[in-house]
Design a protein around this ligand. Structure first.
Ligand code: FHN
Length: 459
């Protein structure tokens, strides 16, 4: 705990700085490729040159095959029920926000229940906030006292989730970690605390090491909070990092400790060496309706993440929960461009996934139990999207997802020559198919359509 720090600004809960920065930063990882210019033309090949700077082929394949995951934003902010940015948006001073620590007691938390909701939804990985921008660690870190095990709850929910997924064996756990920290004295209060940027790096890298070491095999490390294009003004100057995040060492450590785990950094721009996945937030690739995503693709596997309503963290006033139809559409549209879909829930302060959200997830799962073949293990479609449909494929099987039926005929272009038959995936009902010049026409009577997404198999 740093001494002589003004108590109106800085934390009561110390972050230990044991002088291991240099050990962490200088450990003998293989040298990563040189950093790229923002302007340099990059492609997947570039990233694949150094094996210590990429997830294993097995990990990359697993990630792309599973296609659907659960994102979980959970922290102290759930108590206030005003989303995860509440500390910043309501200008809550650190000591005041810290008082939430004494109130956090999610007695209804049951890791097996969360995992079974994900399983029922057909989700194959779960990514939980180990520490969000508010700086509060949701696991039993040795590097800070500002952590969940120091609340009345006293338990490590991430340990319990790791144990729960291990018991099942068919779902992996991954960790979100904020690069930005509104609480850590070495991120936000260096002047007052006398700490250095290297102290923050020690903490950040040390936490990632803990997460990659203490919780078994993980799906991914998911970073957030380094946004080079974020507009800074007086109100948010403390977002500015005090230096480099030393990504080469950070990513090298992850790829060394967890060879199958993928690295994602939600920087909203060209991925850096060592990042395995390009992410799109609240958007399908190339759309940028959110206003902060890049529209470019860089040849890496892709992940789309969205909220189930309009917020990441629990928001008691948010009634805008997406309908199953929209959720299936986002999943299918993501898969159609070769992307995973990471769908967020913000559990309550009591430790529950909002029952309506769980119900919506289960509806998606019911659709997937019948139509999963058109999502899992597939790759981007080769059949041109239409106003009514998108497609995915696996080998010579093509799956047309009819999302907005607009007539009793599907008129497609780009259907491979090898295709000679059409049927409904759900029950093998044969459908009439004929060629009309460059077009392929499939008869799909409206009565046969599924309100969520009708999948037609072309083979
Ligand atoms: O600021 C965060 C936000 O709270 C949330 O975690 C999302 C998830 O993609 N990412 C950030 C905004 O880019």
């Amino acid at each position: 705990m740093p001494a002589a720090v003004p108590q109106n600004t800085i934390c009561k809960f110390g972050a230990s700085t044991s002088g291991r920065t240099s050990a962490i930063l200088n450990s003998s990882f293989r040298q990563p490729p040189t950093h790229l210019d923002d302007n340099q033309d990059i492609n997947a090949e570039h990233f694949r040159k150094d094996l210590s700077m990429q997830a294993s082929e097995r990990g990359l394949k697993w990630f792309q095959d599973v296609r659907f995951g659960m994102f979980i934003h959970w922290g102290l902010y759930a108590i206030l029920g005003i989303e995860e940015w509440v500390m910043h948006t309501r200008r809550i001073p650190v000591p005041e926000y810290e008082m939430l620590v004494g109130q956090f007691n999610p007695t209804k938390f049951n890791a097996d229940e969360w995992v079974s909701i994900a399983a029922d939804a057909g989700q194959k990985y779960m990514v939980i906030t180990s520490r969000h921008h508010d700086g509060f660690s949701m696991y039993d870190t040795a590097l800070s006292e500002y952590k969940v095990t120091n609340t009345p709850f006293g338990r490590d929910p991430i340990r319990e989730l790791a144990d729960a997924v291990a018991r099942r064996g068919d779902i992996k756990l991954g960790f979100y970690s904020s690069l930005l920290d509104w609480h850590h004295p070495a991120y936000r209060f260096r002047q007052e605390s006398g700490l250095a940027w290297s102290d923050y790096l020690e903490f950040l890298h040390g936490q990632v090491r803990e997460l990659c070491t203490n919780y078994g095999e993980i799906a991914c490390m998911w970073f957030d909070g380094d946004w080079p294009h974020h507009k800074l003004d007086e109100s948010n100057m403390h977002f500015l990092p005090g230096g480099s995040f030393e990504y080469e060492q950070l990513y090298g450590m992850i790829h060394t400790l967890q060879p199958d785990a993928v690295v994602i950094n939600n920087r909203h721009e060209a991925p850096l060496p060592g990042e395995d996945i390009q992410g799109f937030e609240q958007d399908l690739p190339g759309m940028n309706t959110a206003g902060f995503n890049t529209t470019q693709s860089y040849g890496l596997p892709v992940e789309v993440c969205t909220t189930i309503n309009d917020h990441w963290g629990y928001s008691s006033a948010d009634r805008n929960t997406k309908l199953p139809r929209r959720l299936v559409e986002l999943l299918a549209r993501s898969a159609s461009v070769g992307a995973n879909y990471l769908l967020n829930v913000g559990p309550t302060a009591e430790g529950q996934i909002v029952p309506l959200h769980a119900a919506r997830l289960r509806s998606v799962g019911a659709w997937l139990r019948v139509n999963g073949e058109s999502i899992y293990g597939t790759r981007a479609g080769v059949i041109a999207p239409t106003a009514a449909s998108v497609s995915t494929h696996a080998g010579s099987m093509h799956y047309v997802h009819v999302l907005n039926p607009i007539s009793d005929e599907l008129v497609l272009t780009g259907v491979p020559e090898t295709v000679s038959s059409a049927r409904l995936l759900r029950d093998d009902t044969p459908l009439e198919l004929y060629r009309r010049g460059a077009e392929t026409v499939v008869a799909l009577p409206f009565e046969l359509c599924d309100p969520l997404d009708t999948v037609v198999v072309l083979a």
